[in-house]
Write a new protein. Sequence first.
Lengths: 234, 78
Amino acid sequence: MRKIISIIILVIIGVGFIFAFSQIPFGKDKINVANYYIEKGIKQTGAVNIVTSVVLNYRGIDTLGEITVLFIAAIGLGAVLFVERKIQKNIADNKKDKTKRASLILRTGSRLLFPLILLFGSYIFVHGHLTPGGGFQGGAVVASGFLLMYLAFPKQSINKKSSSVAESLSGLIFVGIGLLGLVFSGYFLTNFLPKGVPNTIFSAGIIPVIYIAIGFKVGFELTGIIDDLLERSK
Amino acid sequence: MIFQLILIFIMITLAGAAVIFKDLINAVVACTAVSLITSILFYFLQAPDVAMAEAAIGAGLTTAIFIIAIRKTERYEK
């Protein structure tokens, strides 16, 4: 009975969505602000990738909020798992060295792929203003590389102290650049550096600097989440 | 266009399979495939930024976190 009711509710919601979205003219020039970004974006921010210019320049403070949400989520996870770890530590001491080694294929393959994945992730966040992608995507790719290493070598882990220092430092760089914009131009997160020539790597002012900081922060944060979870599940 | 419709059909099938599977590892793998197809569709819809995030987070890290959680709890649905 409950399943039938939930299916009926889902059908009603689906039909509602279909009616709502059939009224929206997708892909047509109805929204003025989108046209503004497409026409003036490259000239005003120097970033060829319009998505990046919106994320970091026109809506920079939203990105700061997103980073904060991710940071709080990581802290909350760490806090919950830390309390549990204290209770379980005695049990874990009794049955140690039970973790098996990963297979030869996984170990060799991850040794080969890990540097390439790191290179690709850093390419994504360094070139955030030129090609698709940016700090969040690059950071996630870097974290998936670390995940591969965790699966291949379960006994080893990252240096927690230096990773948390790098994470905090990149957060501070983001906020610090925002405050420098306040000092030089009067608004938080203003693009105060020279814009440069579009389509070159040293262009778009503060955008590459902030995206590199976001890449480091997201990468180390997600790696820290994986590290916490795996340590608990041993 | 036909290719995208086939992808959407596979995606809906996999999403239904994820609900039906009793082995939760299979269900997680079906969810991963749904994320992967979603990222391909995002690419076709000319949103490569979103496609990248979906592929890295939806298909990579979420799967790992689910599998770690399943390893810690129970593998089969009652």
